[in-house]
Design a protein around this ligand. Structure first.
Ligand code: HPA
Ligand code: ZN
Length: 326
């Protein structure tokens, strides 16, 4: 279809993607078999049926379970490589994916096994596919500050492979400021910071992500629309928000795509961007997320281009490289 073609051909940048959330059912079966890991599904159809969520926690429960099939370095390579091949098909030129080390270290997998597999694929992505990347380590906010500190310590020998730290998992009841000291230590180590805030949680969590964690971008941030002063700040600071349309409707942050506020925010001057979050679970990669904005919100070509331009502005690559992408 013509419009899919145009949106697919549009050179894009992805700033909010969980590698564990790009694990497609087919690869899940392959890895389960290869590693002798039991999964509670017998067919791809059964998996797709299970992917119906009423909220973030419903999704997280099944997402962490899916990650159990990732065991050896090659698994993390294969996961990352499959995502990069999708990026190539959809003209995604630059990516800044998240990974959740605690999901795996909690099962006895070494931090280095995880990051070495991911990094090897990202290096191949640059060399063989021409896709540039920056990696972001996410802390699981439902776990303790101590656990996050241990994870940051494990990352220290690998700082050359990590650009930033982030914060994901169950938002409500786990405000950003729970991790103020961990993020301060990460910044001391030279890392940038981002955080999921204002997905299911209140606008207040966006304020504390900005003020206490000193984030360079806000992941999701859709709750900002309920706080006038925050909206004014985000516009004045041109703080990037990494919005994930399909994720937001699958997790019922918005009841329907027609109610999504991304284009309203764009027209108000907020630096909003389009991203896929967990494409294997939410039914689409970058192109599909742009397509639903066109189909449900009548996004214009000019708006699509501004959304990509915001992603380039908000990315963590060098200014020099940003200029080549514009
Ligand atoms: N929100 C919080 N944690 C997550 C998400 C999300 O959308 N995806 C993967 N982990
Ligand atoms: Zn996310």
């Amino acid at each position: 279809e013509i419009n899919f073609d145009w949106l697919n051909a549009l050179p894009k940048v992805e700033l909010h993607l969980h590698l564990e959330g790009s694990l497609e059912p087919e690869l899940m079966f392959t890895l389960a078999k290869r590693n002798n890991v039991k999964i509670p599904f017998t067919s791809v159809e059964q998996i797709k049926e299970a992917y119906q969520f009423n909220n973030l926690q419903d999704f997280l429960d099944i997402y962490y379970q899916g990650a159990d099939v990732l065991v050896v370095e090659q698994d993390f390579y294969d996961l990352t490589w499959a995502y990069l091949l999708k990026c190539q098909q959809q003209n995604v030129l630059h990516v800044e994916p998240f990974f959740d080390p605690q999901t795996h270290t909690a099962r006895g997998i070494d931090f280095s096994t995880i990051i070495d597999g991911i990094n090897r694929a990202l290096v191949d992505g640059r060399e063989k596919l021409g896709i540039s990347s920056e990696l972001i380590l996410c802390f699981l906010r439902h776990l303790s500050e101590d656990d996050a500190f241990i994870t940051l310590q494990q990352a220290i020998p690998h700082l050359d492979k990590i650009k930033a730290v982030g914060l994901d998992s169950s938002e409500k009841g786990h405000p950003p400021e729970k991790f103020s000291r961990v993020f301060a230590k990460a910044r001391e180590l030279g890392l940038l910071t981002v955080a999921h805030a204002g997905e299911e949680g209140p606008a207040e969590y966006i304020w504390t992500a900005l003020n206490d964690l000193k984030v360079s971008r806000v992941d999701h941030g859709v709750s900002a629309i309920f706080d006038k002063a925050l909206m004014e700040y985000l516009i004045a600071a041109q703080m990037p928000l990494t919005i994930c349309p399909l994720s937001n409707t699958k997790l019922k942050v918005f009841a329907d795509m027609s109610e999504h506020t991304i284009l309203q925010m764009l027209e108000l001057g907020v630096c909003v961007t389009v991203n896929s979050d967990d494409p294997a679970y939410f039914g689409g990669y970058m192109t599909e997320n742009f397509v639903v904005l066109r189909d449900s919100l009548a996004m214009t070509k000019a708006q699509a281009k501004r959304l990509v331009s915001n992603s380039i502005k908000g990315s963590f690559t060098s200014l020099e490289y940003k200029n080549t992408m514009q």
